[in-house]
Design a protein around this ligand. Sequence first.
Ligand code: PAZ
Length: 361
Amino acid sequence: MNSSLGSEIDSFYESAPPLKERDSIMEKLNEFVELNCKGTKRVVCVTSGGTTVPLEQRCVRYIDNFSSGHRGAASTEYFLKAGYAIIFLYRRGTSQPYCRSLPDDPLLECFEATDELNIQVRQPYSEAVKRAIRDHHAAVAGGFLLKLPFTTIFEYLQVHFSQTLIFYPFFMINDGNANFPPDFFFKIAIPGRSFLLFIEYLVLYYEQMLQMVAVSLRSLGPLAMFYLAAAVSDFYVPWKSMAEHKIQSGSGPLDMRLVQVPKMLSVLRTEWAPMAFCISFKLETDTKILLDKADMALRKYKMNAVVANELLTRKEVVVVVTDSEKISVQRDKTEAGSDVENPLVKLLVDRHSAFIKDSNA
Ligand code: PAZ
């Protein structure tokens, strides 16, 4: 690791409060590893959802990174089907495996009270609910699916501020507000207004969890895969330099210093999980730069493949960029309800098999 990256990482962790529930996460990870990390069983860590960071310590406004979590949730289902055990590291409130076909507000929409004591699933949802319950419970009960939520920065900050205890109501209000439509991509979520800011932000919590997962899976060597679909940010506001109170709109343009998040993908590759099969994602809105950026990420972070996608077409087509190929993967439009994650995961599972074979040769 070069020394400037090392010092960026040091200052990054210096200001990061300890991971909440670290011990219980560690316990769950150990159980998962004991159950799944033996023989030739493959394990994939799927990251999913976007990250947020506040602009003020007493947070009224915050920045969100767009991701509905659909990619991660759908891919998790296909990896399970392919026989993998999964660690699903997801942003709370985003799409969940096996729940994609249910309405957004499933409890209210799917069920009805038949009398004072009983409820039943309403007819249009009964098949989807039955399938979701059966497949989800089988994966969790079998120990093949470990779901670890990474929290919003608000929950994260509760740990930091537990001595003062006065911010909790603000976090609760904002937490309920944590899902944004696609037009919030790279926007600051401010009640009543939003404006573009050409930056991304990070939830430190997420990186710490990724580190724990990576280190836990290290003994698997090439049998471990990282499928990094989460939208993690490039810049953050260090806690010490953040305004304490709500920024006043009357005081002119917003002037804020953002610090670059250290490139954790390098660390994942070189230190946390050097033998694993690593797939990262690259999202752009400008197709002209997409493939070049994916190619750069592939080389810079020594990924096995980078999945390039454009915001508006991401559910139809992605391009898998490797050091020798650029493979376009499309959703099968002739099949109702099909998604692009199905052929994408199939392709990556094949590539992972070849990688394991090469590593063992
Ligand atoms: O979560 P979703 O299905 O709405 O979107 C998936 C995605 C676009 C966030 C993902 O495919 C991706 O590109 N993640 C990495 C984003 C980035 O460049 O940081």
